[in-house]
Structures are given as C-alpha cells and as structure tokens.
Ligand binder design. Sequence first.
Ligand code: SF4
Length: 264
Amino acid sequence: MSLTLPRSLSPTRVTSFTDCPLAFRLRAIDRLPEPPSPHTAKGTLVHRVLERLVWEHPGAERTAEVAAAELERAWAELQDDPEYAALELDDRSSAAFLADAAQLVTNYFALEDPTRVEAAGVEICLEADLGGLRLRGIIDRLDLSATGDLVVVDYKTGRAPAERHERAKLTGVHLYALLCEQTLGRVPVEVRLLHLREPLSITSTPTAQTLRGQRVRTLAVWKAIERACEQGDFRPRPSPLCGYCGFHAWCPAFGGVPPELPAV
Ligand code: SF4
C-alpha cells in the first residue's frame, strides 16, 4: 500500500501538495510526464530574458531596448526547445505567444527600475536539511539592497492570486527566505513577488517569527506527505487550478483513474 517518499522537497512541491495531494503524487512520486504547456514555455522564455537583462548587462544598459533584444535572442533559442516544439503552434498562435511574452517583459519595467538593481546572483540553487527533510529550491534573483542586505525576488508570469490566496502563495517565497537563513546564515530583509501580467508587486518582510512559523508548517506538510505515502492516500482537491493541470486522465474528479499502488 505504501508509496516511495520523495528524497527532497522544493517550495513549489510544498505548494503543490497543499493545492492538490493527487497532483503532487502524480508529479513528485509517480513522476508522470506532463503535457507541454504554453504557460510553462512562456514562463521559461520570460525568466531567461529578465535573468540575462540583469546579469549580463551593466546597470545603465538595462533598458527596454536591450530587453527587447534579449527577448529576440531567447525566442530564437526557444525554437530548438523540444518542449516548445511539442506545442505545435501555428504561425498565428506563435505570433500571439511572442506578443504576450513581449507584453510581460514590458510590464516588468512598471514594477522596478532594473538600472538600480544590484543582483548578487540569479537562478541560485540552495539546499538545506530541515530536521530530516531535504529542502531545496532555486531563487530567481537574489539582490543586495542599498544597505547590503539580501532581498529575494521571484518572477511570476501567471495571474496574481486573489487576496485571500495571497498568503498561501507567499509560502514559497518565505521558504526561499528560510533557505537563505539555513544556507547563507542571513535572513533576507524582504521577499518580493513580481507578477508581470497585472503588473503587481507583492512584498513581504520575513521575521524570526515568520521563519519559525514557516519551518513548523513545512515540517507539518512533510509529515502529512509521509502519512499519505504510508497509506497510499493522495486525494484530488478540485479547484480553479484544475484548468492548468495536465493530469485529468489520471484524476477521478475528471473521470480518470490514478496509477495503481505498488503491491506490498
Ligand atoms: S485535475 Fe484538479 S483535482 Fe485532479 S489532479 Fe489535477 S489539480 Fe488535482
């Protein structure tokens, strides 16, 4: 009846389990391939553009024109990406995809002035042991503030959460703050979600208390995952997120059947 426990957990996976335990199981334990999605491919494209804009160009050069040139470069590279090719977009859809990505890059400039950004690193992989749980995550950008403090920045290309979900969605970012504390020995003074679509910036200030609370909540999620693995019990939790889920064929909420549990 039992399922193999994942070896580590990322902030994205923590949110995935709390959003829908079945989707978490199919993704993190059964490791079923997910159909290619335009949302994911667009996210990859826009992340690459913003990463290069800040990391490969000195402050004064980080203009909208340079960002447009970086988009052109990343777009050319994307044509050879198997995940993008699998979308099989026709000329019209492909033009709409690129136009939307360009709009997200334009919107970025409404959220911050990149000429003033001092990045300590981009796409930083951090890993820490949290009471038996191996927590790992990749930070989109880690900045140094004017006073030399750390600021975690995370780009979002999907819609911003409704206000009542805002706190839950900040969970991932607080986990990045926890990872900084555990691996770098420093707590960021700020964690910032840059929602490029609206555009909207959501900022939070980690404290010793929020980090303690986050640690307790994360370990509680890990315990719940351990229990679910022991009992082979990962239930579907239908929500508006089902519209973005590629597992309908395996989901009882959509008439599907999950993969069989391994025999004991
Ligand atoms: S379709 Fe919805 S309920 Fe089913 S696995 Fe996906 S997110 Fe969960």
